[in-house]
Design a protein around this ligand. Sequence first.
Ligand code: FAD
Ligand code: DLZ
Ligand code: SF4
Length: 507
Amino acid sequence: MKTLRLILGDQLNVQHSWFNQVNPQVIYVMMEVRSETDYVLHHAQKIIAIFAAMRDFSEQLKQLGHQVIYIAIDDADNQHDFAKNLTRLITQLAITHLEMQAPDELRVNQLFEQFCAALPITSTIVDSEHFITQRDEAAQFFGKRKWLMESFYRYLRNKHQVLMQDNKPVGGAWNFDKQNRKPWRGNPVAPEDQRKKHDHSQLWQSIQMQNIASFGQAHAHEIAWPVNRQQALQQLDYFLHHVLVYFGDFQDAMSKQQPRLFHALISFALNVKLISPMEVVKRTEIAWQQHQLPLAAVEGFIRQILGWREYIRGYYWQHAQQLQQVNFFHHQRKLPQWFWTGKTHMACVKYCLEDSLENAYAHHIQRLMVIGNFALLAGIQPQQLHQWYLGIYIDAFEWVEMPNTLGMSQYADGGQLASKPYVSSANYIDKMSDYCHSCHYDKKIKIGERACPFNSLYWDFYMRHADKLQSNIRLSIVYQQIRKMPAEQKQAIAQQANKYLDNLENL
Ligand code: FAD
Ligand code: DLZ
Ligand code: SF4
């Protein structure tokens, strides 16, 4: 049986059982195709890093003795479509069997299901051997119950005996999140970016020669994202041994001095499968023992990987079809033009957008509590925002980006993923960051020329959507406060908010 095995750009898992043996009857194929570069407008660094990682991976496989066909973006016979390139190779090489690893995205999954069904040869889709859970494990776990990350996380801690002792959580509690919400005021000093920069200017040139549209800063001569397993493990080890100690405390902090703060910067490596979530968890447990790290930091970090990441994936596979259209609040406003330039007077949004455009990265709280917060308060059409998030972040693949954007950040699924909308006024942003000092707007003011837009928009959001939200028990304090507000104050807030909403482009 002459077998062709397709490896996608986010399936760079050298530990996959496919590669245990060299088989002369097996040919691997990888391809840089316009169907993938163009399905959304991508950040330049994302295209460069994916192609660089794919190229590195194919070389690694060749060195291990495997046969690999690599179709580069500028190859003359590249038809820029998975199905077309595969069809050509199947005929040219007289292939009798096709294999691929299960894709992580519904669009690509459907494409291959249709393609394989119409093939005159046999085909098999195998597991990608990356995730800790099966696609439908969360759906089976919850059944008809309300989805809640914490319960799935506890189930996985138990199932895989992570941070467990005598079947109880170590430290006597499952979750130490309350200890994890400190602002950062410059102490301890945040770590320098230790990642080795690599030069991919030539690759960037060939991408540009193909007129592939992109945005954001390419910085092709100094790409910092790990493009092979060795670089990814180096970054992970550096984080575990030098940075994790502060991760818990400052997980939610934001600073214009130090955009990355104490985050791991491993999402790209994880999502293209250079490293696996279980090995990250295991290495974290070992680092905890070796360095006697604070349990709150270790548990908080493990919860992101074992808890959130697996939960989000399960949620995606259960809801992917509906998520394409959800819009619980019927928000229809256009994404302001300055999302692509960072040119807004709101300092917090400006810094977070600039970080994102510069590095194809912003950390979780910047994505959730500044950019996403603003978009939800401003009533931006959620799918437009989803396209933006999918394009800009180095780690953005639909299975993880879409539930985070539409579910967690925009509450567009009506609260199936999150138990309340993640919105705030200036208060929270000021508490957790140093953004407000340099802002054109005044964080303390709700009404008036220089009033911080987050303030009026926050209250207006809850007043506008009272019919949908006021019965939510987690929002009872908010609605108590609204009920106590004098009518004139409510009116003034609504007027101020409308002024801003009518003028989003100039905020
Ligand atoms: P750290 O903060 O150091 O966390 C460690 C790891 O935990 C991350 O690498 C990631 O693998 C995992 N993790 C943490 N939170 C989440 C989460 N909510 N969902 C899934 N995994 C999580 N993450 C992506 O990987 N891809 C995305 O496209 C993406 N889009 C997002 C969009 C929005 C609106 C929001 C609010 C969050 C999004 N996230 C996404 C989650 C999170 O912001 C990133 O995983 C994180 O910022 C990556 O940086 P890091 O590796 O430094 O993470
Ligand atoms: C994101 C991306 C890009 C930009 N380019 C390619 C590509 O040329 N070839 C490829 O195999 N994969 C690419 N990817 C990643 C795919 O979009 C990803 O594999 C699918 O979305 C499935 O998750
Ligand atoms: Fe953001 Fe308002 Fe603070 Fe300005 S004052 S940085 S807009 S929260």
